[in-house]
Ligand binder design. Structure first.
Ligand SMILES: Nc1ncnc2c1ncn2[C@@H]1O[C@H](COP(=O)(O)OP(=O)(O)OP(=O)(O)O)[C@@H](O)[C@H]1O
Ligand SMILES: [Mg+2]
Length: 243
């Protein structure tokens, strides 16, 4: 009898937690009326987005639809021709150049299709770079990099350079580099586009494992059907509009 009551109590607690979460979950990314023109080309056409804390969202769409352009703008690497962007509630276009650089470095991690690791540096050194940019002491950065590389199953590849790693391993190093500063937002552009199907599947599983472990928000541009369907929400871009 007592056991049943205990169980119900736990269940009720969980339900309340879910209710609270759905009421108070923070909008991690909120974009309003984004337009982007490259000359006469209208690449983003009134894009609006709400992405909540801990959501994993995919963006799919034909080549040239505007996916990378949108991701670059959400990541503050590029600016819209007009529109507003709020990340963690912060009105991004109110920040000075220096504040914006700092915001990006602290809160956003990027994973690209071609991982863009620096060839002359080891896995460990590549992962540490964003931490050094943030002036994290060397020992502390290396300890964190070591933990991340171990978490990603790369403990025996730490001193290897990118040319000595497989494509999947290089991509995991890039994921570790994206995570070193504990960003809440991870933006990934075709992260598995360059990988064989097994490595791609492993990488996709990793995103969910990371979310479960560290609670980040993910926006993933992908052509990979399986990944696009696995996520919490799939957005489709057609001619610069989100559907
Ligand atoms: N810097 C730029 N200058 C001019 N045109 C650009 C620039 N960047 C992108 N474009 C154009 O904007 C459109 C959208 O490009 P974008 O890279 O966002 O597409 P995408 O959806 O990511 O495509 P893909 O799936 O091929 O990566 C394309 O027509 C592209 O040629
Ligand atoms: Mg693209």
């Amino acid at each position: 009898m007592t056991k049943t009551w205990d169980f119900n109590f736990i269940f009720e607690g969980k339900r309340d937690e879910c209710l609270l979460n759905s009421l108070f979950l923070l909008d991690m990314i909120h974009a309003k009326h984004l337009h982007k023109y490259f000359g006469d080309l209208h690449v983003l056409d009134d894009v609006g987005l709400h992405i909540q804390e801990k959501e994993i969202v995919s963006i799919v769409g034909a080549s040239g639809a505007g996916k990378t352009t949108l991701l670059q703008i959400l990541g503050t690497l590029d600016f819209p021709s007009s529109g507003e962007l709020y990340l963690k509630g912060q009105n991004i276009y109110k920040l000075s150049k220096r504040e914006l650089t700092r915001f990006r470095n602290e809160h956003i991690g990027f994973v690209f299709q071609f991982h863009q690791l620096l060839p002359e540096f080891t896995a460990m050194e590549n992962v540490c770079i964003p931490a050094f940019i943030r002036n994290t002491p060397k020992k502390q950065a290396e300890r964190k990099a070591q933990e991340l590389l171990e978490f990603l199953g790369l403990s025996d590849r730490i001193s290897h350079k990118p040319s000595e790693l497989s494509g999947g391993e290089q991509q995991r190093v890039a994921v570790a580099r994206a995570l070193i500063n504990d960003p809440e937002i991870i933006l990934a552009d075709e992260p598995s586009g360059n990988l064989d199907s097994e490595s791609a599947e492993n990488l996709h599983r990793l995103f969910f494992k990371l979310r479960a472990e560290f609670g980040q928000t993910f926006v993933i541009v992908t052509h990979n059907e399986e990944l696009a369907e696995m996520v919490d929400r799939k957005l489709t871009m057609v001619d610069g509009k989100i559907h």
